[in-house]
Design a protein around this ligand. Structure first.
Ligand code: HEM
Length: 259
C-alpha cells in the first residue's frame, strides 16, 4: 500500500492522502464489486442447466492441450488464447453482462448540450449531471432483445463485445455478423456494461477474461449438483454495478475423478 501511495505521488499531481485513499477505495470497489457477482451468475447459469453445461464443456474441449495430474492447472491443460476465444463462453459472458451489469455512466455537463434520444431532443444544462443506465436504457429493451429477462446462452455468438462498445463509430470497421436493432435501425452500442467514451472501463478485458477463466476452471475440475431454479436478482442494488442475487444458491460440488 505504501508503494501505491508513493506511485500516486510520482504522478506530479498535488494529491492529498485523502484523495489517494478515495481513489484506492474506488479502484478496489470497481475491480471486485463487479467481477465477483458476474462470476456467480455465469457459473450459476451454466451449472443450473445440464444441457448447457455439457455444451460448454464440449466447446471448451477444442482448446484442450494437455492433461495435468493436479487439478486447477488451467494454463497447463488449455491453450489460453483459444479458450478466451471460445464462442459459447464468450456469448455467455456477454449475456451475463447484459442481464446483470447495472452500472451508471455519470457525466458532468460543461456546456449547454442538446441530446438526441429516440427522435426527441433534450437540453442538458451546463452544471447538471447526465446519468445513463445501460441496463435500463438498452439491455432490457424488448425491442432490441427478444425476451430480455431470459438468459440465452447463444444470444451473442458471432458478436464482438469490444467492437460494440468502442469501435463501431468508424464506418470502415468490419461490421459484426450479428447485429441488434430497434424499429429497423441497427443499435450500434447495444452492450454497455463497461460504460463508454473517455471513462470506458479500463479493466474490461481483464474482467471478461477473469469471468471466463474462473468459470472454465470450476467446470473443468469440479462436478456440480445444482438446483435448476436460480435466485432472483436483487434489484434494490440497481445502479451500483453488477447486481447480486437476492438469496443464497446452495450447490453440491466435488472434485472430478477424471479431468
Ligand atoms: C464485470 C466487471 C466490470 C464491470 C461491469 C465494470 C464496469 C465499469 C463501468 C460501467 C465503469 C464506468 C464507465 C463510465 O463512466 O462510462 C467503470 C469504470 C472503471 N473501471 Fe470497471 N468494471 C468491471 C471491472 C473492472 C476491473 C476488473 C477493474 C480493474 C482491474 C476496473 C477498473 C475500472 C476503473 C479504474 C474505472 C474508472 C475509469 C475512469 O473513470 O476513467 N473495472 N467500470
Amino acid at each position: 500500500m505504501h508503494h501505491r501511495v508513493d506511485l500516486w505521488k510520482t504522478r506530479g499531481k498535488d494529491y492529498t492522502l485523502r484523495d489517494i485513499g478515495m481513489m484506492e477505495l474506488g479502484f478496489l470497489w470497481g475491480s471486485q464489486a463487479n467481477t465477483v457477482p458476474s462470476v456467480f451468475w455465469m457459473v450459476a447459469n451454466v451449472i443450473s442447466n445440464t444441457e448447457l453445461q455439457q455444451e460448454v464443456l464440449q466447446s471448451m474441449s477444442s482448446s484442450r492441450k494437455g492433461k495435468s495430474s493436479e487439478p486447477f492447472a488451467l494454463t497447463e491443460d488449455f491453450e489460453l488464447a483459444s479458450l478466451l476465444a471460445d464462442p459459447i463462453m464468450l456469448s455467455c459472458t456477454s449475456e451475463v453482462l447484459r442481464m446483470y451489469a447495472d452500472s451508471l455512466s455519470i457525466r458532468h455537463v460543461e456546456k449547454d448540450t442538446v441530446l438526441q434520444v429516440d427522435g426527441q431532443e433534450f437540453l442538458a444544462k451546463k452544471g447538471t449531471n447526465v446519468i445513463v443506465s445501460g441496463r435500463a436504457a438498452v439491455h432490457m429493451d424488448e425491442d432490441i432483445y427478444n425476451e430480455p429477462e431470459k438468459f440465452k446462452s447463444k444470444r451473442f455468438t458471432n458478436h464482438n463485445l469490444e467492437k460494440t462498445i468502442i469501435k463501431l463509430d468508424n464506418a470502415n470497421e468490419e461490421v459484426q455478423k450479428k447485429t441488434f436493432s430497434k424499429n429497423g435501425v441497427v443499435v450500434r452500442h447495444n452492450l454497455l456494461p463497461f460504460g463508454g467514451g473517455a471513462a470506458l472501463c479500463p479493466g474490461r478485458t481483464f474482467a471478461s477474461n477473469e469471468i471466463l477463466t474462473f468459470t472454465a476452471t470450476l467446470l473443468t475440475y469440479l462436478d456440480f449438483k445444482a438446483p435448476a431454479q436460480l435466485p432472483s436478482i436483487d434489484i434494490t442494488r440497481a445502479g451500483f454495478g453488477v447486481l447480486p442475487p437476492s438469496t443464497s444458491y446452495m450447490v453440491e460440488m466435488s472434485l472430478k475423478k477424471e479431468f
